[in-house]
Each structure stands twice: as structure tokens, then as C-alpha cells.
Design a protein around this ligand. Structure first.
Ligand SMILES: Nc1ncnc2c1ncn2[C@@H]1O[C@H](COP(=O)(O)OP(=O)(O)O)[C@@H](O)[C@H]1O
Ligand SMILES: [Mg+2]
Length: 459
């Protein structure tokens, strides 16, 4: 049979127009960096004429139950983030900055799984020797673990047919020969991931894809393939920090908010059970600008300390430098504090950080960030045994948040003496008032007054 001719085309991901070659700017919609190379497999002429049989609708009640079987990897924190273990035929993306520990974690997972399943570790970045050195360091003997040093994805897929688990490290280093783009280009990354998705769905193999997130993650990073994945996990934290967080940002088989806390050691990466001291410092309470908030991620509640610092602006433009706290959220809270709590920040550079490299994205951290900023502004520290949570609206009102009870219970467990929370959450947690002082607040101005008012004003 004649080999099917495969051609490539260049398509804009924004408007869908086809261009003759790669361009920086789409000539149709004018967007930059949206032209991607795609494989075009022409359908056989007969296929166009014969109507394909289609799947008839079925009554929901008549669909037989399909049980999701999960296999535990043995690394508890990893299983939690996955939603209870790995699911066969699923496609999982492990993303993160280079050097953060993706290969380390996947090697450990491969080592454990290879005791009960057939695992193929396709290492496209490192040689057999390098993988062996890492395995020795991690104490993995890997009797049944197969390592393949290959960059051609078609070869990897041909080989992986007989395996239960395939790990591709990394998606940026593999390529499809049908595409002319170099490995790591958006076209290659997308097509390779689609091919792996089709492979995972047509077999029982679980596929793990390792992907580097570059600073401009939206371009060469794996962000472009999040939608075809069943589960997307991202490593957070600084590569030089010992503690790393693995966060599920999408999960078709579990909660998409789960977070796993890991510690990088010489002999591998390990789940941390007692994470309470990681995101808060012992010294808090002595200096202004630091506030603790009980932050909920998936099923767990973790106390996280927010620290802020104000310094006089030297140049005309005040700088806003949030780290781990959203930039826009910080700007929003500064505007609310200026207008509703009468604290002008225009002559200050603002630095704000969430401790331990965690990214605080939930709105319930608003009040803690605002109080930390106000504490810096007034130069009044917040009590060490006080914690704060609540969402702030543009009018300065404190809005109720989800899982208030869980946050209060965790605060009690960790020995906090006082919790400041939205007034509309008070009814849910009133029953705990014997165990912790509960201060309901309605407005950001009231919260600032309650926590920081001791007569001092301004730096
Ligand atoms: N011999 C070693 N001892 C201790 N830590 C090491 C050693 N070699 C590598 N590491 C740690 O492992 C990390 C690299 O992890 P790796 O899994 O290769 O990252 P990634 O695959 O995400 O790029 C490095 O940041 C380093 O901290
Ligand atoms: Mg690696």
C-alpha cells in the first residue's frame, strides 16, 4: 500500500487562518506568536464519500458502571495530588521550572511502580548513564524498570505498547519526524502530546509527560497542551528551596485543588506530612507587615504567612513587587486600602510575598494581604497568635469565604488565639468561640482599626 502523504500547515490558534509558513504575526487577526505548525493527514477519498457509522444515544440508566481503578504509587503526597493514585489510560502532565525535581520524582515513582507493573522510562534528555547515576543516588535498583534513551516519539510509542506506564521526560525533547519544526517548538509539543493522548486512550497505558515551563510559559511551555490532558500537575517553589509544592491545576479524576508538599533531599524527593512550620516563620509578630492566613487547597488547610514591606519610592513611579501573591490582586487591594481605609501608598514601593514559595491564589487571602500592607504602613505588628481570612470587595466590604469552619478548626489546632473573619461567616463558626476568640468584621476599615489601631499613623 502506498504510504499516506503527510503534509504540514501553519494555522493561527486565535483565528484559524492558514498561512504559507511560520510568521511572528498573524496577517489575518494581527495577534503575535499564534501561528503553529500542524500535521495535516489528508483523508482518503473514499472516506469522504462513505458516511461513518455513528454512536447512537443511550439512556444514562442503561450505561454500565465503569469503575475507575487506581494504582497507588506509594508516595502518599503524590497519590493525594493525583486524587488517590494513577488511573489507567490517563494522560498526566508534570510541569515545572527546570531543576525543580520533575525527573527526580518521576524516577522515584517509576522505581516503585516497576515492582508491580511494567514501566518504561523514556529519557529524551539524559543518557542511560545519567539516569543510572540518579537511580543510584535515589536507591532504586529497578530490576524491572526499563530505561529508553530516545528522542523519536514514534519509536517510543512503538516500544511502549507492552507497558502499563510510560514516562516521557521531557515533551520538549521528543519530536515527530512528520513535522519540520525543531523539538520544543509549539507545533512539535502539541502534536507529540496529541499523539501520546491517542496512544493512552487506545491502550491501557498510563502516560506521564514531563514538561518544562519557561518564563513565557504560554509560548514554548506545556500550557498549550493543558486542555488535552486528564490531569495537570505543576511544581511550585524556587529551585534552590528545599521545599516544593506539587499542585493539581486540572484533574478529570479528582479535586483540581490538591496540593502536595515535598522536600528535596540528597537521596530523593519526599512527601512532607507536617507542613505547618514551612509557610510561617517563628519570628513573626515582632515586626510589622506579617500576617498568617489559613489557606485551603483541596482537602487540606495550611497556614501561610504573608509578609509585606514598604519603602519610600526613589523615582517617580512606585514599584509593586508581589511574589507568590497575584500582581493584579495586590494592586486591587492597594487601591481599596487607599480609598476605603485612607492609607495612601503612592509614595511607597510595595513588596509582598507568601512564605515558602507557595502561590496564594484564593480570594480568601485578600484580608490577610490587606492587613499585612496596612501593618507595614502603620508600622504596627499583628499579634503572632492572630490569623485572618476573608475576601475584599471594591467597596471595602469583607465578603464571606468557602470552608470557614475548616479554617477556624485548623487555626485552633495550630494554637492560634484569635481569628478575624467575615461577619457573614460568623454564624457557621460561632460554636467554636469558647476555643478561640472570633472577631467578625464587615469592612476593611473596621478590620484595620480592630487589628492595628494603637494611635500610630504613617511610617
Ligand atoms: N547529587 C545531588 N545531591 C543533591 N541534590 C541533587 C543532586 N543532584 C541533583 N540534585 C537536585 O535535584 C534537582 C534536579 O532535579 P531534576 O529532577 O533533575 O529536575 P528537573 O527534571 O525538574 O529539571 C537539582 O535542583 C538539585 O537540587
Ligand atoms: Mg529533568
Amino acid at each position: 500500500m502506498a504510504k499516506q502523504k503527510i503534509t504540514t500547515k501553519y494555522v493561527c490558534s486565535e483565528c484559524g487562518s492558514v498561512t504559507p509558513g511560520w510568521m511572528g504575526k498573524c496577517p489575518t487577526c494581527g495577534k503575535f506568536g499564534t501561528i503553529n505548525e500542524e500535521v495535516e493527514t489528508p483523508a482518503k477519498s473514499t472516506e469522504n464519500k462513505i458516511r461513518q457509522p455513528y454512536a447512537k444515544p443511550v439512556k444514562l440508566s442503561e450505561i454500565s458502571d465503569e469503575k475507575i481503578t487506581r494504582v497507588k504509587t506509594g508516595i502518599d503526597e503524590f497519590d493525594t495530588v493525583l486524587g488517590g493514585g494513577i488511573v489507567s489510560s490517563s494522560l498526566v502532565l508534570i510541569g515545572g521550572d527546570p531543576g525543580i525535581g520533575k525527573s527526580t520524582l518521576m524516577t522515584q515513582v517509576a522505581g516503585i511502580l516497576s515492582k508491580k507493573a511494567r514501566v518504561l522510562y523514556a529519557s529524551a534528555e539524559e543518557s542511560h548513564g545519567q539516569v543510572k547515576i540518579r537511580c543510584d543516588r535515589l536507591g532504586i535498583s529497578g530490576e524491572n524498570l526499563m530505561i529508553m534513551n530516545e528522542t523519536c516519539l514514534n519509536n517510543i510509542i512503538d516500544e511502549a505498547n507492552d507497558y502499563d506506564v510510560l514516562i516521557v521526560d521531557s515533551i520538549q525533547a521528543v519530536y515527530l519526524e512528520e513535522l519540520s519544526g525543531s523539538s520544543g517548538s509549539v507545533g512539535q509539543v502539541k502534536e507529540c502530546a496529541s499523539k501520546l493522548m491517542r496512544f493512552a486512550k487506545s491502550t491501557k497505558t498510563t502516560v506521564f509527560i514531563v514538561g518544562h515551563v519557561t518564563k513565557d510559559g504560554a509560548i514554548a511551555g506545556p500550557k498549550v497542551l493543558e486542555h488535552i490532558m486528564d490531569t495537570v500537575l505543576y511544581f511550585e517553589g524556587q529551585p534552590e528551596d528545599n521545599y516544593k509544592l506539587l499542585r493539581a491545576v486540572k484533574n478529570r479524576f479528582g479535586s483540581a485543588q490538591e496540593v502536595g508538599v515535598f522536600e528535596m533531599r540528597e537521596n530523593g524527593i519526599f512527601g512532607v506530612k507536617d507542613y505547618n512550620g514551612i509557610f510561617v516563620s517563628e519570628e513573626r509578630g515582632s515586626e510589622s507587615g506579617s500576617v498568617v492566613t489559613p489557606s485551603v487547597s483541596g482537602n487540606r488547610c495550611m497556614p501561610v504567612e504573608i509578609q509585606t514591606l514598604l519603602s519610600k519610592t526613589v523615582f517617580g513611579m512606585p514599584r509593586r513587587m508581589p511574589l507568590g501573591v497575584d500582581y493584579n490582586r495586590t494592586a486591587f487591594l492597594l487601591a481599596v486600602l487607599e480609598k476605603r481605609a485612607y492609607m495612601p501608598f503612592y509614595s511607597f514601593d510595595v513588596y509582598a510575598t507568601a512564605m515558602g514559595g507557595i502561590k496564594l491564589s484564593e480570594p480568601s487571602a485578600d484580608l490577610a494581604i490587606a492587613i499585612a500592607l496596612a501593618s507595614s504602613y502603620k508600622n504596627v505588628p499583628v499579634e503572632k497568635t492572630t490569623c485572618v481570612f476573608g475576601e475584599i470587595g471594591l467597596t471595602g466590604e469583607i465578603r464571606p469565604v468557602m470552608q470557614a469552619e475548616k479554617r477556624v478548626l485548623e487555626s485552633i489546632k495550630l494554637g492560634f488565639k484569635k481569628v478575624v473573619l467575615p461577619a457573614r461567616n460568623y454564624a457557621q463558626v460561632e460554636k467554636y468561640k469558647q476555643r478561640i476568640e472570633i472577631v467578625p468584621v464587615k469592612h476593611v476599615y473596621q478590620a484595620v482599626k480592630t487589628l492595628l489601631d494603637d494611635g500610630k499613623n504613617g511610617q
